[in-house]
Structures are given as C-alpha cells and as structure tokens.
Design a protein around this ligand. Structure first.
Ligand SMILES: [Zn+2]
Ligand SMILES: [Zn+2]
Length: 237
C-alpha cells in the first residue's frame, strides 16, 4: 500500500523535473534546459548544427541544393534528454508533453519571430494508418500550443501512404515522400501569397518537410518556414 502510494506520487505530481527529478520545477527545470539545450549555431535553411564560429551562412548541402522551405529552426538537438521525452510524447501515449515541448520552441527567438510573422501554421499531416495507431498527430498538438488561432489541419493533405522513413536511406527517403503531400485543391486559394509556418516534432533528413513545402510552393505559398522541436545531426540532403 505504502509503495503504491509512493509510486502514485512519483508518477502523478507534476512539479518534478522529468530529467534530474529536482523539486519544484516545470516539466523540465530551468537548470536542465540550460544544460541540455545550449544555444547552437545552425544552418538558417535546414537547422543542421554547425561548428561554432562558422558564421551564419547556409551549410554546404543547402548551398548545393536548397530545400523548398525558406528557413528552418529547431529548438534542440535530437539527443538526451529530449529524444526520450519526444518518445514518451509520441509513442508512450503522453500527448500532454505537447505543452512543454511547444513552450521550449516558443522560447527560441527565431521560432517566436517566425510564428508571429506566419499567417498560417500548418502541422505536417500523418499518414492515416499512423494516425489510427497513435490516436493523435503530434505535429498538430504542437501547432495548437504554438499558435492556436492560426492552425489549419485540413489544408495540407497526406495523399499517399509511405513506408516508415526510419527504414530508408537518404535517397530512398526523398523518393518515398516526393508525392506524399498535396494542398486541398478546393482550399488552395488560402495559401496563395501567405507566410506559412510548417510544424513537425523531429526533423531527420528533412525529406518530408521538403516535400510538404514543395506542395505548398506549387499552390502559390509565400514565405515558408519549417519549425521543429528537435533536429538530428544527419545531413539533410
Ligand atoms: Zn532538471
Ligand atoms: Zn543547411
């Protein structure tokens, strides 16, 4: 009984840092944020981490072949402890993490600026089968916390089932998602000339965001900014 009570307290009390277990705290306490989310110099086009002192120019991959979006920001690197928290959010049935992850995104200066400038905030749509498995779209949950009044979850559509990106190499990833997204033809006028923020939780190769931005570009979108919670260190293209 006593053990059960301790377990109940440990799992239900919201005021303990989930990383270092300090009390009292936000879901992740300030010292842990400072320790695990230091400012990182990133490529302005794809948000890949760049060695300090490189300057603010685009990375080599983006110089050769820029992505379809104009700008990209990531709040943190996809590493400890953030990768584990994203896993709990997405796969552990804990959609409540959306608020905390979105709060970290909002604290990023470039991201806050892009969210304020955007006229439309669009979550990257999940394939229907994934949505049915998970029960929620993590990108939509984040978008709703980031800019509740600007979110439209029905403009950008996932029109083709694709193999899970994690099983594929870089070239396969690009081909896999090339035709996966479309703008709803009946509502395409809503994106014309608009500044758009495209939201996802994790960016790995960037192939999905690139394909989605391409569909928006074809529909006449204005400036497109990709905003993700976490960025892996894998080169984007
Ligand atoms: Zn902590
Ligand atoms: Zn880049």
């Amino acid at each position: 009984m006593y053990r059960a009570w301790i377990h109940f307290l440990a799992t239900r009390l919201p005021s303990r840092c989930e990383v270092c277990h300090a009390w009292p705290a936000r879901p992740v306490c300030e010292p842990c944020v400072n320790r695990f989310a230091p400012p990182v110099t990133r490529c302005p086009r794809c948000a890949i981490g760049l060695p300090a002192g490189v300057g603010v120019g685009a990375c080599g991959a983006c110089l050769r072949q820029p992505p379809a979006f104009d700008e990209c920001h990531a709040a943190v690197d996809y590493a400890y402890p953030w990768a584990g928290l994203v896993g709990r959010f997405k796969f552990g049935g804990e959609p409540g993490w959306a608020a905390a992850l979105a709060a970290r995104m909002r604290e990023h200066e470039g991201m806050a600026r892009a969210l304020d400038a955007a006229q439309l905030v669009l979550p990257l749509p999940l394939a229907p089968r994934r949505l049915a498995e998970r029960g929620f779209n993590q990108a939509l949950q984040l978008a709703r916390h980031l800019a509740p009044g600007k979110v439209d979850a029905h403009l950008l559509l996932r029109v083709r089932e694709t193999a899970p990106q994690s099983a594929l190499d870089r070239v396969e990833r690009l081909l896999n998602v090339a035709q996966a997204f479309a703008v709803d033809p009946l509502r395409a006028h809503r994106v014309q000339g608009r500044d758009i923020a495209l939201i996802d939780d994790v960016m790995t190769s960037g192939a999905s965001l690139d394909a989605a931005a391409r569909a928006l570009r074809q529909a006449g979108a204005g400036r497109i900014t990709a905003l993700v919670f976490a960025r892996t260190a894998v080169p984007s293209h």
